[in-house]
Design a binder for this molecule. Structure first.
Ligand code: SF4
Length: 237
């Protein structure tokens, strides 16, 4: 397992173009305030995801499961939330389950947490429909935003596994404890899961806080910023 370089001395990457650096600093200040943190080692180098799957495969898969009634969450959902984004994405983000707004719109991460996630993605040079796919562990909203039950997770994760197999991302990022524990199949604390590169069916897997946790506890933003800097370095062509 490779470790994040969380404790190293911070400095701006010395190869960074001046204009890119200015843009980067502005985005960082917009997100996190005036303190600047970067990493000295972002040398992870991976081949781009050059597979090309027919876009309708994912749509066909969605159509085949969107009326699922395998668990009781089907009884209380308004909309099934399959996930959205680029079917050829290199970067796949996986949260826990739809919340109220997601349940009403049928899209993942469209509430306040989703807006924050969009900002974080923008700060590392990504937008959600371009080379990014966002999904959840369970596709239907747990009532009152409770954590999904183990039985619900067990019934729904085969769908997620098929999604991942169709998209074949270069990197999976689990957002939050439930997503991390499910993908690792381990009952670990999030602080134990962070700062490591795990594997999910041979695909590199990083685990960080859910954006909703940042809204509740802004002091976590610095940790998440560090995690996404690592992700940015990992995804560099
Ligand atoms: S949460 Fe998953 S398993 Fe349960 S009804 Fe929705 S799609 Fe089916």
């Amino acid at each position: 397992m490779a470790k994040l370089n969380g404790g190293k001395k911070k400095r701006l990457h010395n190869c960074m173009d001046v204009n890119v650096a200015i843009k980067y600093i502005r985005q960082h200040i917009e997100l996190f305030g005036s303190e600047i943190y970067t990493f000295t080692d972002d040398t992870y180098n991976n081949e781009p995801n050059n597979h090309a799957i027919p876009h309708d495969s994912l749509n066909n898969f969605k159509a085949s499961i969107e009326n699922c009634e395998k668990c009781n969450l089907s009884l209380t959902r308004n909309k099934f939330v399959f996930g959205s984004g680029d079917p050829d994405a290199d970067l796949m983000l996986i949260g826990e389950g739809p919340g109220k707004e997601e349940d009403s719109k049928g899209e993942p991460f469209v509430g306040q947490a989703g807006k924050l996630l969009d900002k974080i993605l923008k700060a590392i040079g990504y937008v959600r429909y371009d080379n990014v796919f966002i999904a959840n562990i369970v596709k239907c909203r747990p009532p009152e935003n409770r954590n999904p039950l183990p039985s619900e997770i067990e019934k729904c994760t085969p769908y997620l596994k098929d999604q991942i197999n169709l998209i074949k991302p270069k990197l999976i990022v689990a957002l939050g404890k439930v997503a991390g524990q499910t993908l690792l199949n381990e009952n670990m604390l999030i602080k134990e899961m962070r700062k490591k590169t795990h594997r999910y069916n041979s695909i590199p897997l990083i685990i960080t806080y859910h954006p909703a946790a940042l809204l509740r506890n802004p002091s976590l933003k610095l940790d998440v910023w560090g995690d996404f800097q690592y992700i940015r370095g990992f995804m560099k062509p």
